[in-house]
Design a protein around this ligand. Structure first.
Ligand SMILES: NC(=O)c1ccc[n+]([C@@H]2O[C@H](COP(=O)([O-])OP(=O)(O)OC[C@H]3O[C@@H](n4cnc5c(N)ncnc54)[C@H](O)[C@@H]3O)[C@@H](O)[C@H]2O)c1
Length: 358
């Protein structure tokens, strides 16, 4: 199945299928045949060792540079090292990069592509669920600095995304579940049917679930729609900011608990429940129970596993918001499948936070 991200001259296609990797390979090979320039594939080291045959096929026409998955690789040192590698290997303005891995490899490689020679083209070949439904689509690229996550980056759209669902078979279950948090988020923002289908799952939603390809397609379609309408998150209300549903709470959970205690998707799951409670408190949708039930179907947490200090948590929320101009603006749920942004009084936020922090 194919979807389009419509951004005038920066438009591109997302191909989602078991076997999409082969289609991606053909597209990259054809590009190389046409313009003869070097192709460099930045690849997740775990993905490389799990897929020696696929690595060999890319290696026939591209240089492969392995990078460890995990947040630690999204740093200046790695960015500097890769920039030098590109120069040493003779990459030029017509060269293209391939990001083959999860969100870490995608964000890092995307930023490298945005910066090298003031911008070269790149392809996304996501291998985690999170990367397939979220990070590979939309053009946000970047790295972390000690002062915060994703503080340095650029908008740089890929020229093609090839999401091969077969890669998900080797993904650790906890990483798969973390990706499902973003799927549930997309459903809450704009896809009632998607939400209902996940909620109706018998047992746990897993990589073998027959509905998975459709869930990925629907999540990507939602993201493509939102990004096409508000590429740089500049809309005064709604727009790309809707994709942050649950994320202000999630960022505060990650920061206050010390990065690493929760996977990002796990923090997002708890953040979605908090956003549902905030929405209910403000007189909008009263859907917390349904949200919890659906997240549990995805083997995701709906509560914190340990107490967190209130002051630090509210400080983290204010910090997240300061970057957006000071007001405590949240994404709220109007009904399942419809979200909106609104400024919320601090004490209403405190009430929700204090229930969750215990
Ligand atoms: N750019 C965006 O719009 C955007 C959106 C959401 C998240 N992100 C970023 O995405 C990053 C997280 O991405 P992630 O969750 O994919 O993490 P990740 O890239 O670190 O991958 C998670 C783990 O899975 C391993 N892995 C990857 N593919 C595998 C496979 N097929 N089989 C087995 N193991 C595999 C990796 O080696 C790693 O250990 C964060 O840095 C976050 O900031 C970016």
């Amino acid at each position: 199945m194919k979807l389009s991200v419509n951004l005038a001259e920066r438009s591109y296609t997302i191909t989602i299928a078991a076997g999409a990797f082969a289609a991606g390979l053909e597209a990259v090979k054809e590009r190389k045949a046409n313009n003869k320039s070097k192709i460099v594939c930045v690849a997740d080291a775990a993905v490389l060792s799990l897929n020696p045959d696929k690595a060999a096929s890319i290696g026939e026409f591209a240089d492969i540079i392995p990078v460890e998955g995990g947040e630690g690789s999204k740093c200046f040192e790695k960015f500097a090292q890769l920039s030098s590698e590109l120069a040493l290997r003779g990459a030029d303005r017509k060269s293209a990069l391939v990001a083959w891995g999860g969100g870490v490899v995608g964000d890092l490689t995307g930023y490298l592509a945005a910066s090298y020679m003031r911008g070269i083209e790149f392809y996304q070949m996501p291998t985690t669920l999170l990367a397939m439904v979220d990070s590979s689509v939309g053009g946000k690229t970047g790295i972390n600095i000690p002062e915060g996550k994703n503080l340095v980056g650029a908008f740089h759209q890929p020229i093609g995304v090839f999401a091969d669902i077969d890669f998900l078979k080797t993904l650790p279950p906890r990483e798969f579940a973390a990706g499902m948090a973003e799927v549930v988020k997309c459903a809450l923002i704009g896809d009632f049917e998607l939400f209902s289908a996940i909620k109706a799952t018998k047992g746990t939603f897993n990589p073998e679930s027959p509905y998975l390809p459709e869930a990925i397609r629907r999540s990507c379609a939602l993201k493509a729609r939102v990004v096409s309408a508000d590429e740089r998150e500049s809309a005064a209300s709604g727009g790309r900011a809707l994709l942050n549903l649950g994320h202000t709470f999630a960022h505060a959970i990650e920061k206050t608990s010390g990065f690493g205690a929760y996977l990002h998707g796990e923090a997002v799951a708890i953040g979605l429940v908090m956003a549902a409670q905030l929405s209910a408190d403000l007189g909008y949708a009263n859907v917390r129970a349904e949200v919890e039930e659906t997240l549990k179907k995805c083997a995701l947490p709906v509560r914190l596993s340990a107490r967190l200090p209130m002051d630090d948590f509210m400080e983290a929320i204010s910090h997240d918001k300061k970057n957006a101009g000071g007001a405590l603006k949240f994404v709220l749920i109007d009904r399942i499948g419809k979200a909106f942004t609104q400024v919320v009084e601090r004490e209403k936020v405190v009430r929700v936070v204090s229930e969750f922090l215990g």
